[in-house]
Design a protein around this ligand. Structure first.
Ligand code: GLU
Length: 497
C-alpha cells in the first residue's frame, strides 16, 4: 500500500458532532497505524452556513480528543491551511478542463421547469432524475442571454460501482443517476465536484466517512472518471444510532463533543468509547490510544450501526478515573473546582489526598467536584441546605454528642486517621452510643449532608481547622434548633387536626 493519506472534511456549520468525531477518529487511527497522513479540510464553500465560531469549535473538539492533523488549518502548528473557500482557482482550473474535454454541457432549464418535471416523475412513480433535455443542444440552439448551469455528461447505461471496504460492492445503475449539476449559473462549483477535486489533488488514498454520504459516492466516481483521476478507496462507516435505534440526536444526550468535556468526561475515555462504536477487536472494551492505533483496521468496522450507550460511556469514564493517580486528578479538577465557585485550590498533596477518599465513587471529574464540595468550600462555606439532614442530626438530642466530639477532638494535634479514632471511641464509651449515632451528626456538621466518605478519612482529609470550625457551626445550629423546640412546645406537640 502506498503511504495512506486520509482526510477529515467537516462542514463548519455547528460544533464537532459525535458522529463527525468518530469519523475523524477512524481516519486518524488508520493514518497513524499505517504511517500515513491525516489531513484536515474545512468544507466552507457554503459561506452562508459556515461560521468562524464553528471552525473554532471543530478545531477545539479535535484538539481535546487529541486528534492531531498533519496538514490542514494550523492553529498552533506549521500546518498548511486547507479551506475550500481559498481554493477557488483550483476548482476553476478543473472546471475548464472538463469544459475543454466536452464532459460538461449547458443546461438552460429553469428552476420551475425542473420542479414540474420532478413532481410529474414522482406522481408517475419514476425516480425524479433530470430528463437530459439540454444534453444534446448544439451551440446554435443555445438561447441568447439565458442563464445556465453546467451538467456532467454522465454515462447513459452501464453501472457505477462503489467498491466499499465496509459495505462491499454497491452497484448504482447509471440510468438511475442524473446528469449532475457541476457548476451553478453564478459560476460556483457544486459540493460533489469540489470534494472530488480536493480529494484528488490532495492525493487522498482512503475516503472514510459516514454512511450518509454513500449516495454521493457514485456521483463522485463519475466525476473522477471525467476528470481522469484515479478514485480513492472508499469506506462508509454505519451511522451511530440512539438506544431507540433512531439516528443519534440531541434527544439521546449531548451530541456536541465539547459538552462531554464540560460534563467531566475524559478525552481518552470518549475516544475509547467512540472507537468501539462500530469497531471491535475481540471482546476488549478498554484500549489505550496506543492499543487502538496498533489494533485498528477497517476490517474491524462492522456493517451494523453502533448504538450509543450512555451508561457504558459513564462506566468507561469511571474506569479511566480510577486508573488516574489522585495527583493527576487534582490537576484535572483544580480549574473546575474554582469554576464551581469554590476558593482556588492548589493541586497539591492535600488536594490529592482528599480526592483519594472520593475517587472510588466518582464516574466523572464533575462528580469529584460535586461530591467533594465540602473539602473545596471555605471553613464557613457550607450551606447546610439539606433541611432534612439538618433537622434530623443537628438538634437538641445530638447537641451533647457534638459537644463531646468537639471537646475530644480539640485536643488532637496529630490530625491523622489513626490519631483521631481513639478520642472519638472514648466519646462513644462515655455516652454509651453506637458509632452511627455519633458519626451522622458529625458528618452533617462537617459536610452539610449525610453522605460522605468514611468518617475518619473525611475528618483527616478535611483538616483540623475546617473540622473544628464546622463542628462549632454544627453545635450552634443544634442549639438554635433546641431553643426553637423549647420555645414552641405547643406547636410541636399540637395534635394534627
Ligand atoms: N463535509 C462533509 C460533512 O461534513 C463530509 C464530506 C466527505 O467526507 O466527503 O458531512
Amino acid at each position: 500500500m502506498s503511504t495512506p493519506r486520509l482526510r477529515f472534511a467537516p462542514s463548519p456549520s455547528g460544533f464537532l458532532h459525535i458522529g463527525g468525531a468518530r469519523t475523524a477518529l477512524f481516519c486518524w487511527l488508520f493514518a497513524r497505524k499505517n504511517g500515513g497522513s491525516f489531513i484536515l479540510r474545512v468544507e466552507d464553500t457554503d459561506a452562508a452556513r459556515s461560521t468562524d465560531e464553528s471552525i473554532q469549535a471543530i478545531l477545539d473538539g479535535l484538539h481535546w480528543l487529541g486528534l492531531d492533523w498533519d496538514e490542514g488549518p494550523g492553529v498552533d502548528g506549521p500546518h498548511a491551511p486547507y479551506f475550500q473557500s481559498q481554493r477557488k482557482a483550483v476548482y476553476q482550473e478543473h472546471i475548464d478542463r472538463l469544459i475543454d474535454s466536452g464532459h460538461l454541457y449547458r443546461c438552460f432549464c429553469t428552476a420551475e421547469e425542473l420542479k414540474e418535471k420532478r413532481e410529474l416523475a414522482q406522481k408517475e412513480g419514476r425516480k425524479p432524475a433530470y430528463d437530459r433535455k439540454c444534453r444534446d443542444l448544439s451551440p446554435d440552439e443555445w438561447p441568447a442571454d439565458t442563464p445556465y448551469v453546467l451538467r456532467l455528461k454522465a454515462p447513459l447505461d452501464g453501472a457505477t460501482v462503489v467498491q466499499d471496504l465496509i459495505r462491499g460492492e454497491v452497484v448504482f445503475q447509471n440510468k438511475e443517476l442524473s446528469d449532475q449539476v457541476v457548476v451553478r449559473s453564478n459560476g460556483d462549483p457544486l459540493y460533489n465536484f469540489v470534494v472530488v477535486v480536493d480529494d484528488a489533488t490532495m492525493e487522498v488514498t482512503h475516503v472514510v466517512r459516514g454512511d450518509d454520504h454513500l449516495n454521493n459516492t457514485p456521483k463522485q466516481i463519475q466525476l473522477y472518471e471525467a476528470l481522469g483521476f484515479e478514485p480513492p478507496v472508499f469506506a462508509h462507516a454505519p451511522l451511530i444510532l440512539g438506544p431507540d435505534k433512531k439516528r443519534l440526536s440531541k434527544r439521546h444526550g449531548a451530541t456536541n463533543v465539547m459538552q462531554y468535556d464540560d460534563e467531566g468526561y475524559l478525552a481518552p475515555a470518549l475516544v475509547n468509547f467512540l472507537a468501539r462504536l462500530g469497531w471491535s477487536h475481540g471482546d476488549q472494551e478498554i484500549f489505550t490510544i496506543d492499543e487502538l492505533v496498533e489494533y485498528f483496521s477497517l476490517d474491524g468496522v462492522g456493517k451494523s450501526p453502533g448504538v450509543w450507550n450512555p451508561e457504558k460511556l459513564l462506566w468507561l469514564n469511571g474506569q479511566y478515573i480510577t486508573a488516574m493517580t489522585s495527583q493527576q486528578l487534582a490537576e484535572a479538577i483544580a480549574p473546575r473546582v474554582e469554576a464551581a465557585g469554590h476558593p482556588a485550590q492548589p493541586p497539591d498533596a492535600l488536594m490529592a489526598r482528599r480526592i483519594e477518599t472520593l475517587k472510588e465513587r466518582a464516574k466523572t471529574l464533575n462528580d469529584l467536584v460535586d461530591q467533594g464540595h465540602f473539602y473545596w468550600a471555605a471553613a464557613d462555606g457550607i450551606a447546610y441546605d439539606d433541611a432534612k439532614a439538618k433537622r434530623k442530626f443537628l438538634n437538641g438530642d445530638t447537641l451533647p454528642r457534638l459537644e463531646a466530639a468537639l471537646a475530644a477532638l480539640q485536643g488532637v494535634d496529630d490530625w491523622t486517621e489513626s490519631a483521631l479514632e481513639p478520642p472519638l471511641k472514648q466519646v462513644l464509651e462515655q455516652l454509651d452510643l453506637k458509632m452511627g449515632k455519633l458519626a451522622q451528626p458529625i458528618r452533617v456538621a462537617l459536610t452539610g449532608s449525610t453522605v460522605s466518605p468514611g468518617l475518619f478519612e473525611t475528618l483527616a482529609a478535611l483538616g483540623r481547622d475546617k473540622c473544628l470550625h464546622r463542628l462549632r457551626t454544627g453545635i450552634a445550629l443544634a442549639r438554635e434548633a433546641a431553643a426553637q423546640a423549647d420555645s414552641s412546645p405547643a406547636e410541636s406537640q399540637a395534635p394534627l387536626l
